[in-house]
Design a protein around this ligand. Sequence first.
Ligand SMILES: Nc1ncnc2c1ncn2[C@@H]1O[C@H](COP(=O)(O)OP(=O)(O)OP(=O)(O)O)[C@@H](O)[C@H]1O
Ligand SMILES: [Mg+2]
Length: 314
Amino acid sequence: MIEVRGLTKYYGNVRAVDDISFTVEKGEILGFLGPNAAGKTTIMRIITGYMPASTGSVRVAGFDVFSNDLEVKKRIGYLPENPPLYMDMQVIEFLRFAAAIKGVNRKSIESEVKRVADKLSVSTVLFKSISTLSKGYKQRVGFAQAILNDPPVLLLDEPTIGLDPKQIIEVRELIKSISHDHTVILSTHILPEVRMTCNRVIIINEGKLVAVDTPENLTARLKGSESIHLEVEGPVDDIMNMLKQTPNVTAVSVAPTKKANVSGYIVETDVGSDVRKDLSHSIVTKGWGLLEMKTESLSLEDIFLKLMTKEEVN
Ligand SMILES: Nc1ncnc2c1ncn2[C@@H]1O[C@H](COP(=O)(O)OP(=O)(O)OP(=O)(O)O)[C@@H](O)[C@H]1O
Ligand SMILES: [Mg+2]
């Protein structure tokens, strides 16, 4: 449904987006995850046709954004970072106006405005001036505007920002519920949000794509690099030597315990390997006492940080 190839964007000398490629299938919810200034908003603006890329191509439903932006705009509902709401309009006036711009036919405007207002629970504020709404309600009006005319593709730039916890849950449910027959890209800094709503995650840092995968696979991919905590009874030097010589072990550190002749060890391993069997086998064969072995699994937060750090080292 969405195909991004080799996308690069310069603002003057600043390379905000650096050779990014990905595709999004129909019905997928793709999460853009990245710190401030990663390039999330820039990529969204380019996909919606509001801003040209420096190089690269974007296709939406088979239409090229650069040569056929009208066809693309017809198919995309966009909730910008700061929704451009006309502050002195009433909510209903704004939604009618936006519906007309989006090509909703005259006869259907009222029913379409009612549909989106119900969906975003803004029916009670329809006759209020936008300038008097709370931040969360403004966000909802922006969201309601995005789904007018039921576009097949939705781009949501930080859709839950400014909402209270109850509204956040409602909006996440809403995103999930419309995803069946829509394709959604949403951006966020919030890791749990990605886990809760997205089928796939793109991690972006400093304009570069750091990883693309399902939230589950991202966790699984780095599972082997979890650290293993051991408590072993036996001679520290010999145990350290054995640990270091075990294949796939990248680092070992030791800490004394309160028990005599027992030390704690932290073993770091390569990505994708599981050395627990090797370690327990060696320890038992040498006649040492294996008192404890536990792995510390990585949360999405840890993975995010690890990927970020890796990117910085490169
Ligand atoms: N109109 C602009 N002119 C010049 N530089 C810009 C412009 N818009 C964005 N940038 C720069 O491009 C980079 C990416 O910005 P972008 O807004 O895409 O990041 P983001 O991932 O959306 O960040 P945030 O999470 O803070 O919204 C930043 O370094 C930013 O300063
Ligand atoms: Mg942004």
